[in-house]
Design a protein around this ligand. Structure first.
Ligand code: FE2
Length: 279
């Protein structure tokens, strides 16, 4: 349950930090599961590189098909000029996405339960539907930057309801690429919309409001087990990880079934036997 001060913080600032939300055994379970998924992943057969610097590259089949499934995506700098991995496979993956919460029992358990349901309700989600899950590695040395963006760009609904649940699975610091947010920035307009048209995707500019300056950005360093919740319109970014330690995190994006989910969003549940569910 969220208390009044926590709800007020979320309303005013657009985000809420809940330390020690997950126990060490819970974060350890999903970390171990993620490593097992990567271990079983055929790196040579799937070289999809995920980068937010160039969304056009992410339009390949593996990316689009991962909406309903589980796929691994490499860091942009994972391969050398000759196309070989610079470091071990387990240290080369950018993320796993995008239906871990529905397709993997360990992640399903981590992603649901009364505690999370209570947080979602406290943040105003009346009929939450978990649309996406991502395991983000933020690898040591090569963990890529995620530029300023708003998550509502990828989950357009009318009205805006998408809410992000970001779990630190390891300590996140300024050095290893913690989140940076613009407090109160959830009251700024949606700047971009990511649209799928057939098998192609593109980014459309909706509003030319500039992204926040570094002076407006606040880092959110936190310890493993912390849950950071933020509003779909809150501008946020994370810096590259040039440190020697990884910064694993797990995210869930939930929308409210009472809002209209845009048919142009890239994430559409195709498998009718697995309808979107809440917490
Ligand atoms: Fe984001």
């Amino acid at each position: 349950m969220l208390n009044a001060a926590q709800q007020a913080q979320f309303q005013a600032q657009g985000y809420l930090v809940l330390p020690d939300f997950k126990a060490p055994a819970e974060t350890a379970a999903v970390r171990a599961r993620a490593l097992a998924i990567v271990d079983a992943f055929d790196a040579e057969a799937h070289r999809t590189i995920f980068t937010t610097q160039d969304q056009a590259r992410t339009t390949d089949r593996v990316f689009l098909d991962s909406a309903d499934g589980i796929a691994c995506f490499f860091e942009e700098d994972a391969f050398d000029a000759a196309g070989h991995l610079r470091q071990a496979k387990a240290l080369s993956i950018n993320k796993i996405g995008h239906a871990l919460h529905d397709r993997d029992p360990v992640f399903d358990q981590f992603s649901r339960g009364p505690a999370l349901a209570a947080v979602a309700a406290g943040l105003g989600l009346v009929e939450p539907q978990i649309r996406q899950s991502m395991y983000i590695f933020k690898q040591p040395g090569i963990g890529g930057e995620v530029r300023w963006h708003q998550d509502a760009t990828f989950f357009v609904t009318e009205p805006v309801t998408v809410t992000t649940f970001w779990f630190a699975l390891e300590d996140a610091t300024v050095d290893n690429g913690c989140l940076w947010v613009q407090p109160g920035g959830h009251r700024t307009p949606l700047r971009e919309r990511f649209i799928r048209e057939g098998d192609a995707t593109r980014m459309e500019t909706l509003d030319t409001t500039p992204w926040p300056t570094q002076a407006e950005a606040v880092p959110l360093p936190c310890t493993a087990g912390t849950l950071v919740c933020f509003h779909g319109l809150l501008p946020h970014y994370s810096a590259p990880n040039r440190s020697a330690v990884s910064r694993h995190a797990y995210t869930l994006h939930a929308t409210d079934a009472r809002s209209i989910y845009a048919p142009t969003n890239w994430l559409q549940r195709q498998d009718a036997t697995r309808p979107v569910r809440g917490f």
